[in-house]
Design a protein around this ligand. Sequence first.
Ligand SMILES: C[S@@+](CC[C@H](N)C(=O)[O-])C[C@H]1O[C@@H](n2cnc3c(N)ncnc32)[C@H](O)[C@@H]1O
Length: 258
Amino acid sequence: MKRVPKIVLALLIQGLALLILAAVVKGASYWVTPPYPLWALAVAQGVLAAFLSCRLGLPCWWRLIQFGLPVGLYFGLHFQINPWWALLIFVVLWMIFFNAIKERVPLYLTNSTTRQALKKLIKRRQQVRFLDLGCGLGGNVVFMSQLVNVERADGVETAPIPYLVSKFFTLLRGGQVFAMDIWKTQLGYYDVVYAFLSPDPMPKLWQKVIAEMHPDAIFVSNSFAVPEVEPSEIWELDDRRKTKLYLYRMQDFQAKMG
Ligand SMILES: C[S@@+](CC[C@H](N)C(=O)[O-])C[C@H]1O[C@@H](n2cnc3c(N)ncnc32)[C@H](O)[C@@H]1O
């Protein structure tokens, strides 16, 4: 089941729930004379699909989506809500969470405790060139651009709405943001490369980091360690989520790089 894309699995589960519901309705018709209220059937479909989802391999939070889909469809049809609204909401969400589908990296933001830790990390360095891989709304880029020992703070972002927001934000407050895929960046130019992504891209990203970053540079990953690579240091921060910063000082990997 793991190889089936989640969206396909979700639809298959809705189909299975519909079959079960049809069988139950058929059986129930011997005792309770149909028709049954449509809203009750939509809710039953949602409950069944939500119940099956977690058990059949979807992440448990998908239960909300699985419940909301038939119930939302029912309400949309019942109240004759213009379907363009659904399309509009879908397009806006897609433009924000673009990379959740493509790269399995959603949008969530670095907090101020983590930014202070980044400041501390570079405090003994001069003329730092900083890059945020997938810079979201641009907060880190702006923050770093305002530090006196930072020569350049850049970010790259491909999700359209975060890109536009970060572009605007950096134009006003400092730093630069590019509409560029993280895989097309030149990491060799930077002293500190920061990533807050997800477990998914980390192995491939590490290959890029090792191939491109210079020996004096640091790669920092917020929350997601590179699998099977011992970091140079791990900083556990004193925030609510106990953020872990995995620090990879390139000099520690030079010998292994050969
Ligand atoms: C978890 S958010 C982190 C945002 C920001 N770096 C921060 O720490 O506040 C990850 C961001 O990376 C972006 N992203 C994911 N894959 C990307 C890619 N291949 N190229 C550019 N941006 C990407 C996502 O759109 C998202 O905005």
